[in-house]
Design a binder for this molecule. Structure first.
Ligand code: MG
Length: 448
């Protein structure tokens, strides 16, 4: 197998502009057909990017040649592909999207029949077939057929509406980044009884309104519009609407960790998050007698642990939330609806989030080469153990995460894609936070 990786590590399988070719897509289609033993059905959807129809046809051709039937569902949010794969009893789903990445990017994401993303092991199997060009294909009289399904959109919308109960009249501004949520997200909120104002909700692969990554730097229009229209809530999706982040009624982008803590508390029981999520989640779950389990960064890792632990909910601080009572695919539209339900019944979002404590947090990245990154991480657990004497717990599932006796924590983790080692931490006091940061920084710098 080649060293080159077809799939990325953090949810989206991003391909840069020059790699977005029909040749690649055709071979991915053939590889998936081979992986599925040249039988069964695949659901195929795409977001708003300019290269999507071209890639859709190529993937479709590869699947058909490999003897697999294709159900095309058109331009849809990623969660609808996961949902449709399960609902239509398909054997796999394919979504063509580069999620939150800029316009020239594209990517391919695969889904299991239960609506869950392909795991790293499954992706490795596809890669092996792809690079070995080990494509199996049936005879001319056994090639696949194509069907189109428009109805699944309405089934999905109705199912979402049956899942939430929003008090009527809530004023919501929805910013879809001109991405895949543009058509369905505002429609669902209207049908759910909200008074909806839209921003960037015309599908456009050039993303003319804003960059599809929903972070504070990209959401200034939404923040202003929420205030100027006197809205109760702002909701921003990423390019494929599997994520969302809220803006409160004062126009502030919500703290990711606090938002995750607020929604987790509603579910109670066992909830799953990733090693980079903060302390307020543990504290708020303790209050309701629940527990938090942490796994590797990446929504498929969260999904895997949800199934393993039979958890009620799972989410990453990035705003990628999984609602296993609905589907195993992260769903930014359902996440937004559930936040709207909370705000409509319990009051102002700024006040709901202000109930969670503010602990000083620090994020630092230290530049180091690929080789140095591997070397320093090999010994990180021991180096940290020697440096601190108030360690309560060590988690090495993804980098090294240390919880201290007083509740403070630090995560030292190599970047998956860039030449950095990242330090992420929360201290119970500002002094403690500084002390942890300085200590970790010195350890890394002394050992690269
Ligand atoms: Mg996404």
């Amino acid at each position: 197998m080649s060293e080159k990786k077809l799939f990325g590590t953090s949810g989206i399988r991003g391909l840069i502009e020059s790699e977005v070719t029909t040749d690649l897509a055709l071979k991915v289609g053939k590889s998936l057909a081979t992986y599925l033993n040249n039988t069964g059905t695949v659901v195929l959807g795409y977001d708003t990017r300019t290269t999507n129809k071209m890639l859709e046809q190529a993937i479709c051709a590869g699947l058909l040649e490999g003897g697999v039937d294709v159900i095309k569902i058109g331009m849809v949010p990623t969660p609808l592909v996961g949902y449709a794969t399960e609902k239509l009893n398909a054997d796999a789903g394919v979504m063509i999207t580069a999620s939150h990445n800029p316009s020239p990017y594209n990517g391919i994401k695969l889904w299991n029949k239960n609506g869950m993303a392909y795991t790293a092991e499954q992706e490795a199997s596809i890669e092996e077939i792809y690079y070995a060009k080990d494509f199996k294909k049936p005879q001319w009289d056994e090639i696949g057929s194509v069907n189109h399904n428009e109805d699944i959109k309405n089934i999905y919308i109705n199912d979402l509406l049956n899942t939430v109960d929003i008090k009527p009249g809530l004023k919501v501004v929805i910013d879809c980044a001109c991405g895949a949520g543009s058509e369905i997200s505002p429609l669902v909120f209207r049908k759910a009884g909200c008074d909806v104002i839209t921003l960037n909700s015309q599908a456009d692969g050039f993303f003319p309104g804003r960059n599809p990554e929903p972070n504070e730097a990209n959401l200034s229009s939404l923040m202003k519009t929420v205030v100027s229209t006197g809205a109760d809530l702002g909701i921003a999706h990423d390019g494929d609407a599997d994520r969302m982040i809220t803006v409160d009624e004062k126009g502030n982008v919500s703290d990711f960790d606090k938002l995750l803590a607020l929604i987790s508390k509603k579910f109670g029981g066992t909830v799953i998050t990733t090693v980079d999520a903060g302390l307020c989640m543990d504290e708020s779950m303790e209050e309701v007698g629940g527990k938090v389990l942490r796994t590797k960064v990446g929504d498929v890792n969260v999904a895997e642990l949800i199934l393993e632990e039979d958890a009620n909910f799972g989410g990453e601080p990035s705003g990628t939330w999984l609602h296993p009572d609905f589907c195993m695919c992260p769903d930014g539209i359902l996440s937004g609806l559930r936040m709207a339900e909370i705000v409509s019944k319990e009051g102002k979002l700024s006040e709901l989030l202000a109930k969670f404590p503010n602990y000083p947090n620090i994020r630092e990245k230290i530049v180091c080469s690929k080789e140095a990154k591997i070397k320093v991480m090999e010994n990180m657990e021991n180096l940290l153990k020697d440096a601190f004497d108030d360690i309560k717990e060590i988690n090495t599932i993804d980098g090294v995460r240390i919880s201290f006796e007083d509740g403070s924590w630090v995560l030292v983790r190599p970047s998956g894609t860039e030449d950095y080692v990242r330090i992420t931490l929360e201290g119970k006091t500002a002094e403690k936070a500084e002390y942890i940061k300085d200590t970790c920084k010195k350890i890394i710098e002394d050992n690269i």
